[in-house]
Design a protein around this ligand. Structure first.
Ligand SMILES: [Zn+2]
Length: 242
């Protein structure tokens, strides 16, 4: 398999909440996309493993990813140990993604920053010719960090206005995680107005609106790259200055 874009995150639903619109947009543009969940989210307060697996598969169909798998590493105890790094490296060699989305490297939840480190080191190790793992050596070309969970200034924002409804439907697949209270569900059915599922999904929607506003569109998802962005044509730069 050769993917164009692979998103790696700690828990099922992290990808939907942070870069679901970007993944859907890439798939709509004809790119082969994928999701690599590092854990099965078994330590989550709500929902058992089998429920979360079904929810993740349903969300993947909505985001039109070609491939989604979980490495089954230990939730809430994710560690940047050799075994875990090799598991990521093996997946990178199998999926051969040109571009990889990782969580930002600082976070409140230890699994999130550990997932960032595991993702980066897995991508690096996958390219080492002398590392005896299954598969041909391969290293992705580009790494993007999603900053949706992090209070840092992103390098760029992807316009997901046309993908926002699809992203919301993918997030809504995680019924075990985001349960609208009875009254709100009734109100939503009656009014057909979008009512956020719960505080986290509400927060992520607000962030998408905020970053959209920053680039002059309705909804956006923020990313950071460590390298500088190269520009060929300064006349066609987007986003109004004054
Ligand atoms: Zn998470």
């Amino acid at each position: 398999m050769t993917l164009d874009l692979l998103a790696i995150a700690a828990h099922p639903d992290d990808v939907e909440l942070t870069c679901g619109g970007t993944l859907l947009k890439a798939a709509q543009a004809g790119y082969k996309t994928g999701i690599l969940d590092l854990t099965r989210g078994e330590m989550g307060t709500r929902g058992d493993v089998e429920t979360r697996r079904r929810e993740a598969a349903a969300a993947a169909r909505i985001l039109r990813v070609r491939h989604r798998e979980s490495l089954g590493l230990p939730d809430a105890r994710l560690a940047a140990d050799e075994k875990s790094k090799h598991a990521v490296a093996r997946a990178i060699r199998a999926l051969r993604p040109h571009c990889v989305i990782l969580p930002y490297w600082e976070a409140r939840h230890p699994d999130h920053y550990t997932a960032s480190q595991l993702g980066y080191e897995g991508c690096f190790l996958a390219g080492l010719k002398r590392l005896a793992l299954d598969g041909e050596p391969f290293r992705p070309f580009k790494i993007l960090y999603t900053t949706a969970y992090a209070p840092v200034r992103p390098t760029f924002v992807v316009d997901i206005t046309r993908q926002f409804a699809g992203r919301a439907r993918a997030i809504a697949c995680y019924a075990s995680q985001f349960q609208p209270r009875g009254m709100e569900r009734k109100k939503e059915r009656k009014s057909k107005v979008h009512i956020p599922l719960d505080r986290l999904s509400d927060h992520m929607d607000l962030l998408a609106r905020h970053y959209g506003e920053m680039i002059g569109v309705r909804y956006g998802e923020p990313f950071l790259v460590k390298e500088l962005m190269r520009v060929e044509d300064v006349v066609r730069l987007s986003v109004r200055s004054i």
